[in-house]
Design a binder for this molecule. Structure first.
Ligand code: ACM
Ligand code: ZN
Length: 587
């Protein structure tokens, strides 16, 4: 365990309106609903805390309750028994959660006293990573994971069986759990969320919290988008200007692109390598693998501002290619970090050896920081305008008999893949990497719909589904959204009903679909509170898309369970879209 659970709990800035406007009647309905909840809870607690509600998200594979059921109650004399090895971190996670939200701390021991216990153990299930079984009876709780992840997910289920105090200070709540048996394992091996730290920077404390949100939903991949035109966010010791220059911009447009003005405020931030080590350890203790993304050949504007030679045209000013209808602040000379959104033509030069040396040096520092198997190289939205005009790029094409600029991008990605593979890592790229020929071992993230993913699976490449129309969590979630968003519209039902395995694929081909991921692009998400509002409840729906067997998914059942989940958000002090949970035709 590294650092406190739920860091940033107290210092959350709430600087922007994230609460959608509500009619008085909706508000009244909510008050009535809260009153009903309150009286239900008082009744429940006073009747010697009989808590029989089981509202687990994602829905487990199987839950059974014995006839004439009873409850086991966790008290301060309950002990956590480590019956298997290497489970200390999971026990610590449970204890931290109990301490933060219920003000109790349990003894952790390797000797089983036989009763009043929470036993953590291993049981072979042959259902892959993350599988676990759980039993609650008069002796206590037994969690048998097929592997370490499984035990951790069993603990997540246990956490969801606890009664939810109405405030974080309800330490006297009696922790009764109904007798039951659960067998559970994930449908997909890849269950992810992406955070764009490039457009806006999120502090270390919030990145850790984001990782907790993944873990609490039994999700296991955190895709960390670290470099952009609008900011380079990771310390690279060999190239200090990346963070001295590339992590800062002289202003940000106001409102939706092209904006109504520029705020004129210097903005930025970056993660030191020490920050990254701390975050990686925090994620490891939660069985979350981090995938760093270093964008190439496009979206490299901040690196070019720091090292102009990486551009095909080092002497062209950034301002001269800045959209004429958008807003600029400060110095207009030379290369600058851009202050507006959209896609930029100033990309890494594919003709100069210097570009490849730079990117390889960067990766030489990135790779040792991240123990996971993947490096994401971006590959999306790379305009070819400069390459068409650049003598170096044209020479590269001629020398290598490359017929067009799309194939030059393929040369670029394949060359970087070879380097990354030589360091023992696999590349992931956005679906544009299919154009001009796929790098031999690349994993494809399909974002422009599912077409790229289907094509890649047919070519026997692994695929992660992130189609923008279903899982882009920066899109509006209400028809009348008063939070500024990029636009679009994906409501809770749409994301809940998303099916990551396309019907166009045969059973053999669909084995290449590793899973799915929600993407949180941050052009219009400047603060942690706004980000929470945008991801909840949709990320919770996505967790069921990637975990729960297709036949067990049920929209009505999910909506009922969401009422309990909303109380968990409140327990965590997380923002969420309340109006998304009401059945109003005005949504
Ligand atoms: C993307 O949304 N440009 C991957
Ligand atoms: Zn060039």
């Amino acid at each position: 365990m590294n650092g406190a659970l739920f860091p940033g709990q107290v210092d959350k800035p709430i600087l922007r309106s994230y609460q959608p406007a509500q009619s008085f009647s909706v508000h009244l309905q909510q008050i009535t609903f809260t009153m009903r909840l309150l009286s239900l809870l008082i009744l429940t607690l006073s009747a010697s805390t009989v808590f029989s509600q089981i509202n687990i998200i994602p829905q487990p594979v199987s839950i059974t309750q014995p006839k004439g059921s009873g409850n086991f109650t966790i008290t301060t004399s309950t002990t956590i028994v480590l019956a298997g090895g290497n489970l200390e971190k999971s026990a610590q996670y449970l204890n931290d959660y109990l301490q933060l939200f219920y003000h109790i701390k349990l003894e952790v021991t390797k000797n089983n006293p036989g009763q009043n216990t929470i036993v953590l153990n291993f049981d072979r299930m042959d259902k892959g990573k993350g599988a676990y079984g759980m039993n609650v009876d008069q002796k206590g709780v037994y969690i048998g994971g097929d592997n370490e992840e499984g035990v951790f997910y069993g603990i997540q289920t246990l956490i969801q069986l606890l009664p939810i105090p109405l405030t974080q200070n309800a330490g006297s709540t009696k922790l009764s759990i109904p007798y039951l048996s659960i067998t559970d394992y994930p449908r997909f091996a890849y269950r992810g969320l992406m955070l764009d730290a490039g457009r806006h920077f999120f502090p270390v404390s919030f990145v850790k919290k984001f990782i907790d949100y993944l873990a609490l939903h039994k999700m296991n991949y955190f895709h960390w988008h670290l470099t952009e035109d609008q900011g380079w966010r990771i310390e690279i010791k060999k190239y200090p200007r990346l963070t001295e220059v590339g992590a800062w911009r002289n202003g940000t447009i106001i409102g939706r692109f092209p904006g109504t003005g520029n705020d004129g405020q210097r903005y930025g931030g970056f993660y030191t390598q020490e920050d990254v080590k701390e975050i990686v350890a925090y994620a490891q203790a939660r069985y979350v693998t981090i995938i760093p993304e270093i964008e190439m050949p496009g979206h490299g504007g901040a690196a070019i501002a720091a090292y102009p030679n990486l551009s095909c045209f080092p002497d062209r000013t950034t301002k001269s290619e800045f959209p004429s209808n958008s807003f600029w602040s400060g110095d207009t000379t030379g290369k600058k970090v851009v202050q507006s959104w959209s896609v930029y033509k100033d990309v890494f030069c594919a003709g100069k050896e210097e570009t490849f040396t730079f990117l390889q040096d960067v990766l030489d520092e990135i790779i040792p920081l991240f123990p996971g198997p993947y490096i994401h190289v971006g590959g999306d939205e790379c305009p070819k305008d400069h390459w068409k005009q650049c003598p170096n790029c044209q020479k590269r094409m001629k020398d290598n008999r490359i017929s067009d600029e799309r194939s030059l991008q393929s040369y670029f990605v394949q060359r970087m893949e070879k380097y990354i593979n030589s360091k023992g890592k696999t590349i992931i790229g956005w679906d544009e990497i299919l154009e001009g020929g796929l790098a031999p071992n690349a994993v494809v993230m399909s974002w422009r719909g599912e077409k790229g993913g289907i094509e890649a699976a047919k070519q026997k490449h692994q695929v992660i589904m992130t189609p923008s129309d279903y899982v882009y969590l920066d899109y509006s979630q209400l028809k009348k959204e008063d939070t500024l968003t990029i636009g679009g519209y994906i409501d809770l039902e749409k994301i809940y009903k998303y099916e990551p395995s396309p019907k166009e694929l045969t059973a053999a081909q669909s084995k290449y679909i590793l899973g799915a991921q929600g993407n949180v692009w941050s052009e219009y998400i400047a603060y942690p509170a706004t980000l929470e509002y945008m991801i909840f409840p949709r990320a919770t729906a996505l967790s069921e898309v990637v975990w729960t067997p297709k036949v067990k998914k049920n929209w009505d059942g999910f909506q009922k369970r969401m009422q309990t989940q909303a109380r968990r958000y409140e327990l965590w002090n997380a923002q969420y879209c309340k109006a998304c949970l009401t059945k109003s035709s005005t949504k």
